[in-house]
Design a protein around this ligand. Structure first.
Ligand code: ADP
Length: 194
């Protein structure tokens, strides 16, 4: 089986992907790292992030990675992946307030920090995953206040079920509007922090 693990930065893709691959005896592949190391990305200092600069070459690399079987692929780059190459997509979710603190610990500040917390609140990776791979392949997991082992146990249980698992969280209805406004102002560069 080819499993994709995605979600907003900081939700635990690497930790959970590594443990999941160990438990399933699958190969763990960090696709973001492979793409950055292969030179197809370009660093954009304005948003302090690597962006794909050579799409054709990136697709070639992704195709070659996904020609293997029994893999857990950790990535943010889901838009270039062919849906037929993936059997299941695990979208990790994390309470936005916990995510904010985790990303701060990484040293993220200002626009980059707020943009990512807003992406989590607005279900960005969930919506993208459903659009690209279809509802039937998507498993959405709320990782908030759960250990890595608890999350991995939950994923393994859901992988063997034929039913999709969506609707695990609804951040938009649980965050206060003041927090949302501050995140948006910070993303716009109108304030430095929330
Ligand atoms: P991502 O790959 O999505 O950016 P990481 O796997 O690097 O996320 O995890 C981000 C941080 O959160 C790390 O410091 C990691 O130790 C911590 N972390 C990940 N999952 C959990 C969890 N379930 N509980 C507590 N901390 C976690």
């Amino acid at each position: 089986m080819r499993i994709l693990i995605t979600g907003t930065p900081g939700t635990g893709k690497t930790c959970i992907g590594l443990e999941l691959s160990r438990r399933l005896n699958y190969e763990y592949i960090n696709l973001n790292e492979i793409l950055v190391r292969s030179g197809v990305c370009k660093y954009n200092p304005d948003i302090d992030t690597h962006e794909i600069a050579d799409t054709d070459r990136a697709i070639e690399i992704i195709d070659s990675v996904l020609s293997r079987d029994d893999i857990v692929v950790d990535t943010l780059v889901i838009s270039l992946i062919k849906p037929e190459d993936i059997d299941k997509v695990v979208v990790l979710r994390l309470n936005p307030k916990i995510l904010l603190e985790r990303l701060r610990l990484r040293g993220w500040r200002g626009r980059k920090l707020c943009e990512n917390v807003l992406a989590e609140i607005l279900d960005y990776f969930l919506v993208e995953s459903i659009n690209i791979f279809g509802e039937d392949k998507v498993i959405e997991i709320d990782t908030s206040n759960k250990s890595i082992n608890e999350v991995v146990n939950e994923i393994i249980k859901l992988l063997s079920s034929s039913r999709p698992r969506l609707g695990a969280v609804s951040w938009l209805s649980s965050v206060d509007s003041d927090f949302l406004v501050k995140l948006d102002m910070c993303r716009e560069g109108l304030i430095d922090d929330v």
